[in-house]
Design a protein around this ligand. Structure first.
Ligand code: ADP
Ligand code: MG
Ligand code: ZN
Length: 482
């Protein structure tokens, strides 16, 4: 047992998701990424004196949808609160947020890890708030510039319970959450562009200790890989501190991907530092059951519902159902392939997708959306196996051709003469030729060395360049050798 094994890692996340509305949360400016600095702003964005915010109600619907998808409760009476702090990219000197009364509470998201039972990660709350602008430093000497385009972008901050126990669990959770918000269309999930930003709260404690350890909050994490790297680094740093008899300080730390470490950014602020108070410029927002029902009616099938349906309808196991419903494109691909492959068995189609296709995609570092083998083509391939046109081994050759050149598997099979030979007469001729050449082995077989059957089958398959129907070959050989 190493020193590390005596400590338990505890992680809770705060995820800022930018909601994909057309306009900003409190004004009519476009909610758009990548425009030249300060071209998507108005007096509200720039916090001119006398301006007033007006709530974009599309934000409510996206927040409700996310809350429902996370199995949370939706608050009826919503208040906004003012969170006061000074920052150059925040011209108002405060951020409009929600404090004690968030729109979503008590949610959860299930995660699946290989070789582990599904695990529930609690969602403490999710609240609406406004994004700030951006300070620009790069390539500017002796000054910083401020770009207010991002000001006013609607955010839903999702806060988890401290339920995560490793970098791997955290990575899986973030993948699932990102897939979920993309699936719903509430956020594009782009971590590099900052539309899906995650702060990780990390602490360690001795196994068995009922109290949580002191946490550090890590910022500047722009990819899931970096979140996982930062956690690994931070856990080691905290264990080293404790083992050296020192204390972990509660603070905000910055991840530096180039140096591969975290460093102190600032002492952790407490809620009272922000002097929260109810936002006087916005009325209370009441969310009616009708509104919630209307949002629910527009929601697509959720990943967990899909997971249950794939098991019930197609008889898939946890692992296959988990992989195939991990994101919408994957599930759509599978269902499109299955529709063409029918009446072939769904399990066979699942195997072709998870083993052959995903194996190849992973090796090439590609996503399902980039697959050169289209769902219809893969479905047709499985259909041809089912119909006995080709058998499994030839199908792998056809798959390789499909990967290289795309197109129709039937054409490939015809052009390359790969059609399975099931004609008894033709196969029998090959069987006889093989048997005639191996008299000695026939004697051994008849003397009890029946495992030689595989040898004979192999020889016949070789002679027919893999095209003979293996069932027919087996049957003929057994008859003749008996
Ligand atoms: P703040 O907004 O000040 O960061 P919150 O109470 O909202 O504080 O907590 C933020 C996150 O920190 C939550 O995701 C929570 O699960 C996590 N968290 C709280 N205590 C710990 C701890 N001891 N170790 C790890 N994570 C923690
Ligand atoms: Mg925090
Ligand atoms: Zn504006």
């Amino acid at each position: 047992m190493t020193i590390q094994d005596r400590y338990e890692t505890v992680i809770g996340l705060e995820i800022h998701t930018q909601l994909a509305t057309r306009s900003k949360i409190f004004c009519g400016c476009p909610n758009r990424f990548g425009a030249p600095p300060n071209t998507q702003i108005c007096p509200v964005c720039a916090a001119f004196p006398g301006v007033l915010p007006v709530l974009n109600t599309a934000v409510l619907d996206l927040a409700i949808m996310t809350g429902l998808a996370l199995n949370g409760t939706i608050r009826t009476r919503n208040e906004f609160a003012r969170k006061n702090y000074f920052y150059p990219d925040l011209p108002a000197g405060y951020q409009i947020s929600q404090f004690e009364l968030p729109i979503v509470e008590h949610g959860a998201l299930m995660i699946e890890l290989e070789d582990a039972p599904r695990k529930r990660i609690g969602i403490t709350r999710a609240h609406m708030e406004v994004d700030a602008g951006k300070s620009l430093h790069e390539g500017i000497v002796g000054a910083s510039w401020v770009d207010l385009n991002r000001t006013g972008t609607p955010l839903l901050e999702i806060v988890t319970e401290p339920d995560l126990r490793s970098a791997a669990e955290t990575g899986m959770f973030l993948k699932k959450l990102r897939a979920l918000v993309r699936h719903l269309g509430v956020c594009d999930g782009n971590m590099e562009e900052g539309s899906f930003r995650c702060d990780a709260n990390v602490s360690v404690r001795r196994f068995g200790d009922p109290k949580l350890g002191t946490r550090a909050e890590i910022k500047n994490l722009n990819s899931i890989r970096n979140v996982m790297r930062a956690i690994d680094y931070e856990v080691e740093r905290q264990i080293d501190l404790i083992e050296a008899g020192e204390k972990v300080v509660q603070e905000t730390r910055l991840w530096d991907a180039n140096q591969n470490h975290t460093r102190t950014m600032r002492g952790k602020e407490e809620a009272h530092d922000y002097r929260y108070f109810p936002e006087p410029d916005l009325p209370v927002v009441v969310i009616t059951p009708e509104r919630i029902a209307a949002v629910r009616a527009t929601m697509p099938e959720l990943p967990d519902e899909k997971f249950a349906r794939f098991q019930a309808e197609f008889g898939l196991n946890d692992y296959d159902a988990g992989v195939l419903t991990a994101d919408r494109e994957m599930a759509d691909y599978f269902e499109a392939a299955l529709a063409v492959a029918r009446p072939a068995d769904p399990k066979t189609v699942a195997n072709w997708v998870t083993v052959e296709l995903l194996g190849r995609l992973n090796r090439e570092g590609m996503e399902i959306g980039q697959s050169p083998v289209l769902a219809e083509a893969l479905g047709k391939l499985v259909h041809m196996i089912h119909a006995g046109v080709i058998h499994g081994k030839i199908a792998k050759t056809v798959f390789a051709h499909l990967w290289e050149q795309g197109g129709d598997p039937q054409k490939i099979v015809e052009e390359r003469g790969l059609v399975q030979v099931s004609d008894q007469g033709a196969i029998e001729a090959e069987v006889d030729r093989v048997l005639a050449a191996h008299g000695e082995k026939i004697a051994q077989y008849r003397a009890g060395k029946t495992q030689l059957l595989g040898f004979f089958v192999g020889e016949v398959m070789k002679a027919t360049r893999g095209k003979a129907n293996p069932g027919v070959v087996n049957g003929l050989l057994k008859d003749k050798l008996a």
